[in-house]
Design a protein around this ligand. Structure first.
Ligand code: DGY
Length: 322
């Protein structure tokens, strides 16, 4: 039987590329350079399955490029880089990789929170630049975590996993904002306090961590007004999507000391970093490392593969988003 043609837009872990090559007529991107919009559009007419990731913009023009692709098996849980309406209008199914990157992303949220609270980036920069002149009682004083309130904006899988680490590992108190109250067992385990409105959560939290999907619904959710609702001296952590924050407003709040610090893993126009942030000492900037451990990246690829295999076999897709 003829094998379906699959295009993988970036390098994936070797084990997953090998598994894909066994089952499909797969084309890999040996250079790992992002494909242009024109190359992505052309692929729509040449392959049966497209396997993009967050660094590819699969917009309506790309989707209109050809009518052969009938599955977009995204490598990653977020799918705001894919125009779902255009995919649906062209009868293209879209899948993602939920579940397998929960722990890795929660670990990075806590990494950012600790680095911001304990000024780890500042300290490392100082030391490497030869500016550290020794221990003193008032040097790089940060904030404790115990008994501080961590406010989660979005309380899905990753938000809850972050709350667990904060509560059970660091003795933080947990509050959250979401569309609905969490399950009773989660609330009981975490002693989590529900805030039905965002402003209430922001005003009650010493640390705020964002865990909502990207896209139009959450664009600039944390704008100047939201930032001014936060406690003076609070911290903001983002491992969700860059578009959720107005970064100019955030840079202002950090520069004038309204916020004590921030930790960011994601940006609106990656890999560009909003210029206003680069000169600030009190923001930790990571290059979208949320899912970057070897076990997770392999599991993400295997999930995309499972979706492609189900599609090839005409079975229900395990992780449909459109
Ligand atoms: C995702 O999966 O959406 C992440 O942002 C990339 O790891």
């Amino acid at each position: 039987m003829e094998r379906l043609r699959v295009l993988v837009t970036r390098r994936w872990p070797e084990a997953v590329e090998l598994a894909l090559a066994e089952r499909f007529d797969a084309v890999f991107n040996g250079t790992d350079e992002p494909l242009s919009q024109a190359e992505l559009a052309q692929a729509m007419g040449e392959f049966d399955i497209l396997c993009p990731t967050v660094s590819d913009r699969i917009d309506a023009d790309v989707i209109a490029g050809g009518d052969r692709v009938k599955l977009i098996a995204n490598y990653g849980v977020g799918f705001d880089h894919i125009d779902l309406d255009a995919a649906r209008a062209n009868a293209i199914a879209v899948t993602n990789t939920p579940g397998v990157l929960t722990d890795a992303t929660a670990d990075i949220a806590m990494t950012l929170l600790l680095m911001a609270a304990r000024r780890a980036g500042e300290g490392e920069r100082e030391l490497r630049a030869g500016r550290w002149d020794g221990w003193r009682p008032t040097h790089l004083i940060g904030s404790a975590l115990k008994d501080k309130v961590l406010g989660l904006v979005g309380f899905g899988r990753i938000g809850i996993a972050t709350a667990r680490r904060a509560k059970h590992g660091f003795g933080m108190r947990i509050a959250y904002f979401g569309r609905r109250e969490a399950d009773a067992d989660v609330v009981a385990e975490l002693g989590a306090e529900y805030h039905p409105d965002l402003t209430g959560l922001l005003a009650a939290s010493d640390f705020v961590s964002l865990h909502v999907p990207g896209g139009a619904e959450t664009a600039n959710l944390i704008d100047a007004e939201a930032l001014s609702a936060m406690k003076p001296g609070a911290y903001l952590i983002n491992t969700a999507r860059g578009g959720v924050i107005d970064h100019e407003a955030l840079a202002n709040a950090l520069a004038v000391g309204e916020l004590a610090g921030a930790g960011l893993d994601v940006y609106p126009e990656e890999p560009q970093i909003p210029a206003a942030l680069l000169g600030l000492e009190n923001v930790v900037l990571l290059p979208h490392l949320g899912s970057a451990n070897s076990e997770t990246r392999i599991a993400m690829g295997m999930k995309a593969l499972a979706n492609a295999e189900a599609f090839a076999a005409g079975k229900p897709l395990p992780d449909p988003v459109a």
